[in-house]
Write a protein that binds this ligand. Structure first.
Ligand code: GSF
Length: 204
Protein backbone atom coordinates (compact mmCIF):
# COMPACT_ATOMS: atom_id res chain seq x y z
CA UNK A 1 0.00 0.00 0.00
CA UNK A 2 1.30 3.42 -0.92
CA UNK A 3 0.07 6.72 0.51
CA UNK A 4 0.62 9.72 -1.74
CA UNK A 5 0.77 12.93 0.23
CA UNK A 6 2.67 15.93 1.48
CA UNK A 7 4.18 16.73 4.86
CA UNK A 8 2.11 19.87 5.44
CA UNK A 9 -1.37 18.69 4.42
CA UNK A 10 -3.61 18.26 7.48
CA UNK A 11 -5.74 15.70 5.63
CA UNK A 12 -2.64 13.64 4.88
CA UNK A 13 -1.57 13.96 8.51
CA UNK A 14 -4.95 12.65 9.63
CA UNK A 15 -4.64 9.45 7.64
CA UNK A 16 -0.97 8.99 8.53
CA UNK A 17 -1.95 9.13 12.20
CA UNK A 18 -4.69 6.58 11.59
CA UNK A 19 -2.20 4.20 9.92
CA UNK A 20 0.24 4.71 12.78
CA UNK A 21 -2.35 4.16 15.53
CA UNK A 22 -3.58 1.04 13.73
CA UNK A 23 0.03 -0.23 13.45
CA UNK A 24 -0.43 -0.66 9.70
CA UNK A 25 2.53 -0.39 7.35
CA UNK A 26 2.18 1.97 4.42
CA UNK A 27 4.78 3.42 2.09
CA UNK A 28 4.80 7.19 1.87
CA UNK A 29 5.26 8.90 -1.46
CA UNK A 30 5.71 12.66 -1.42
CA UNK A 31 3.89 14.66 -4.06
CA UNK A 32 3.68 18.41 -4.47
CA UNK A 33 0.20 18.88 -5.94
CA UNK A 34 0.87 22.57 -6.52
CA UNK A 35 3.85 21.95 -8.80
CA UNK A 36 3.18 22.22 -12.55
CA UNK A 37 4.89 18.83 -12.88
CA UNK A 38 2.62 17.03 -10.44
CA UNK A 39 1.57 13.54 -11.48
CA UNK A 40 -1.21 13.26 -8.90
CA UNK A 41 -3.77 13.32 -11.74
CA UNK A 42 -2.56 9.85 -12.79
CA UNK A 43 -4.03 8.42 -9.58
CA UNK A 44 -6.61 10.95 -8.40
CA UNK A 45 -8.51 12.82 -11.12
CA UNK A 46 -9.34 15.49 -8.53
CA UNK A 47 -5.63 16.22 -8.23
CA UNK A 48 -5.66 16.03 -4.43
CA UNK A 49 -3.79 14.29 -1.67
CA UNK A 50 -4.06 12.09 0.31
CA UNK A 51 -4.49 9.30 -2.18
CA UNK A 52 -4.00 5.64 -1.26
CA UNK A 53 -2.84 3.15 -3.89
CA UNK A 54 -3.49 -0.45 -2.96
CA UNK A 55 -1.26 -3.40 -3.85
CA UNK A 56 -3.88 -4.59 -6.36
CA UNK A 57 -3.74 -1.21 -8.11
CA UNK A 58 -7.01 0.06 -6.63
CA UNK A 59 -7.08 3.69 -5.58
CA UNK A 60 -8.84 5.18 -2.56
CA UNK A 61 -9.52 8.83 -1.75
CA UNK A 62 -10.39 11.12 -0.02
CA UNK A 63 -9.04 11.29 3.55
CA UNK A 64 -12.35 10.29 5.15
CA UNK A 65 -12.63 7.21 2.97
CA UNK A 66 -8.98 6.30 3.55
CA UNK A 67 -9.38 6.70 7.32
CA UNK A 68 -12.43 4.47 7.36
CA UNK A 69 -10.75 1.90 5.13
CA UNK A 70 -7.66 1.79 7.33
CA UNK A 71 -9.75 1.45 10.48
CA UNK A 72 -11.49 -1.58 8.98
CA UNK A 73 -8.22 -3.28 8.01
CA UNK A 74 -7.32 -4.27 11.56
CA UNK A 75 -9.10 -4.69 14.89
CA UNK A 76 -6.19 -2.91 16.64
CA UNK A 77 -7.26 0.42 18.22
CA UNK A 78 -10.74 0.77 16.76
CA UNK A 79 -11.08 4.44 15.83
CA UNK A 80 -14.63 4.48 14.42
CA UNK A 81 -17.35 2.88 16.57
CA UNK A 82 -19.57 0.14 15.11
CA UNK A 83 -22.83 1.53 16.49
CA UNK A 84 -24.54 3.68 13.84
CA UNK A 85 -25.28 6.65 16.11
CA UNK A 86 -21.80 6.65 17.65
CA UNK A 87 -20.27 6.29 14.23
CA UNK A 88 -22.22 9.28 12.91
CA UNK A 89 -21.14 11.33 15.90
CA UNK A 90 -17.45 10.54 15.37
CA UNK A 91 -17.78 11.24 11.65
CA UNK A 92 -19.50 14.55 12.38
CA UNK A 93 -16.50 15.55 14.52
CA UNK A 94 -14.37 14.60 11.54
CA UNK A 95 -16.54 16.68 9.17
CA UNK A 96 -16.27 19.65 11.54
CA UNK A 97 -12.49 19.28 11.67
CA UNK A 98 -12.17 18.84 7.92
CA UNK A 99 -14.37 21.93 7.58
CA UNK A 100 -11.78 23.96 9.50
CA UNK A 101 -9.08 22.66 7.17
CA UNK A 102 -11.22 23.39 4.09
CA UNK A 103 -11.95 26.95 5.23
CA UNK A 104 -8.32 27.57 6.19
CA UNK A 105 -7.05 26.31 2.86
CA UNK A 106 -9.57 28.39 0.90
CA UNK A 107 -8.58 31.51 2.85
CA UNK A 108 -4.90 30.77 2.42
CA UNK A 109 -5.17 30.12 -1.31
CA UNK A 110 -7.04 33.39 -1.72
CA UNK A 111 -4.19 35.21 -0.02
CA UNK A 112 -1.28 33.32 -1.57
CA UNK A 113 -2.33 32.26 -5.07
CA UNK A 114 -4.28 35.33 -6.21
CA UNK A 115 -2.67 38.63 -7.09
CA UNK A 116 -3.36 41.19 -4.33
CA UNK A 117 -5.75 43.25 -6.46
CA UNK A 118 -7.97 40.20 -7.12
CA UNK A 119 -8.19 39.06 -3.51
CA UNK A 120 -11.54 39.27 -1.77
CA UNK A 121 -11.42 40.16 1.91
CA UNK A 122 -15.12 39.28 2.12
CA UNK A 123 -14.29 35.75 1.03
CA UNK A 124 -11.37 35.46 3.46
CA UNK A 125 -13.54 36.77 6.32
CA UNK A 126 -16.26 34.29 5.44
CA UNK A 127 -13.80 31.39 5.70
CA UNK A 128 -12.23 32.71 8.91
CA UNK A 129 -15.74 33.06 10.36
CA UNK A 130 -16.33 29.36 9.73
CA UNK A 131 -13.11 28.56 11.58
CA UNK A 132 -14.24 30.65 14.56
CA UNK A 133 -17.67 29.09 14.82
CA UNK A 134 -16.31 25.57 14.31
CA UNK A 135 -13.72 26.06 17.07
CA UNK A 136 -16.41 27.35 19.41
CA UNK A 137 -18.57 24.32 18.77
CA UNK A 138 -15.63 21.96 19.24
CA UNK A 139 -14.85 23.52 22.58
CA UNK A 140 -18.50 23.48 23.72
CA UNK A 141 -18.98 19.86 22.72
CA UNK A 142 -15.72 18.71 24.25
CA UNK A 143 -16.50 20.45 27.53
CA UNK A 144 -14.64 18.78 30.39
CA UNK A 145 -14.59 15.38 28.66
CA UNK A 146 -11.28 13.62 28.18
CA UNK A 147 -12.06 12.76 24.55
CA UNK A 148 -14.36 14.13 21.87
CA UNK A 149 -16.54 11.03 21.80
CA UNK A 150 -16.87 8.32 24.41
CA UNK A 151 -14.12 7.38 26.82
CA UNK A 152 -11.28 6.60 24.48
CA UNK A 153 -9.46 8.20 21.60
CA UNK A 154 -11.31 7.95 18.29
CA UNK A 155 -10.99 9.36 14.81
CA UNK A 156 -12.82 12.42 16.19
CA UNK A 157 -9.82 13.37 18.35
CA UNK A 158 -7.35 12.66 15.55
CA UNK A 159 -9.28 14.89 13.15
CA UNK A 160 -9.64 17.69 15.71
CA UNK A 161 -5.90 17.47 16.51
CA UNK A 162 -5.02 17.78 12.82
CA UNK A 163 -7.35 20.74 12.30
CA UNK A 164 -6.07 22.74 15.26
CA UNK A 165 -2.50 21.70 14.50
CA UNK A 166 -2.99 23.08 10.99
CA UNK A 167 -4.15 26.39 12.47
CA UNK A 168 -0.95 26.54 14.53
CA UNK A 169 1.06 26.07 11.35
CA UNK A 170 -0.77 28.42 8.99
CA UNK A 171 -2.86 30.75 11.15
CA UNK A 172 -0.90 31.42 14.36
CA UNK A 173 -2.94 34.61 14.76
CA UNK A 174 -6.02 32.49 15.57
CA UNK A 175 -5.61 32.24 19.33
CA UNK A 176 -7.58 29.05 19.95
CA UNK A 177 -5.13 27.85 22.62
CA UNK A 178 -5.89 30.74 24.97
CA UNK A 179 -9.52 31.09 23.94
CA UNK A 180 -10.33 27.42 24.41
CA UNK A 181 -8.13 25.86 27.10
CA UNK A 182 -10.00 22.55 26.84
CA UNK A 183 -8.98 22.23 23.18
CA UNK A 184 -5.43 23.02 24.19
CA UNK A 185 -5.49 20.28 26.85
CA UNK A 186 -6.70 17.81 24.24
CA UNK A 187 -4.01 18.93 21.81
CA UNK A 188 -1.24 18.63 24.41
CA UNK A 189 -2.46 15.13 25.24
CA UNK A 190 -2.50 14.11 21.59
CA UNK A 191 1.00 15.52 21.13
CA UNK A 192 2.25 12.96 23.67
CA UNK A 193 1.55 10.25 21.13
CA UNK A 194 4.21 9.07 18.70
CA UNK A 195 1.66 9.19 15.86
CA UNK A 196 1.18 12.95 16.34
CA UNK A 197 4.84 13.74 17.02
CA UNK A 198 6.05 11.82 13.95
CA UNK A 199 3.58 13.55 11.64
CA UNK A 200 4.04 17.09 12.93
CA UNK A 201 4.38 19.35 9.89
CA UNK A 202 7.77 20.92 9.21
CA UNK A 203 7.93 24.60 10.19
CA UNK A 204 6.25 26.82 7.59
C1 GSF B 1 -9.39 17.37 0.67
C2 GSF B 1 -7.94 17.10 0.25
C3 GSF B 1 -7.23 18.37 -0.17
O1 GSF B 1 -7.82 19.42 -0.37
C4 GSF B 1 -9.72 15.08 1.67
O2 GSF B 1 -8.81 14.30 1.32
O3 GSF B 1 -10.28 14.98 2.76
N1 GSF B 1 -11.59 16.45 1.01
C5 GSF B 1 -10.22 16.12 0.66
N2 GSF B 1 -5.89 18.26 -0.30
C6 GSF B 1 -5.11 19.39 -0.73
C7 GSF B 1 -3.78 19.33 -0.06
S1 GSF B 1 -3.79 20.32 1.29
O4 GSF B 1 -3.93 21.66 0.95
O5 GSF B 1 -4.02 19.72 2.40
C8 GSF B 1 -4.85 19.23 -2.22
O6 GSF B 1 -4.39 18.20 -2.64
N3 GSF B 1 -5.15 20.29 -2.99
C9 GSF B 1 -4.85 20.35 -4.38
C10 GSF B 1 -5.94 21.02 -5.17
O7 GSF B 1 -5.76 21.15 -6.38
O8 GSF B 1 -6.99 21.39 -4.58
Amino acid sequence: MKLIGSLTSPYVRKVRIVFSEKKLDVDHVLENVWSPDTIIGQTNPLGKVPCLVLDDGGVIYDSRVIAEYADGLSPVSKLIPADTRDRASVKTWEALSDGIMDAGILARLELTLRPAEQQSQVWVDRQMGKIDTALRQMSEHLGENAWCHGNQMTLADIAVGCAIGYLLLRFPEVKWQTQYPNLDRLYQKLMQRASFVETAPPAA
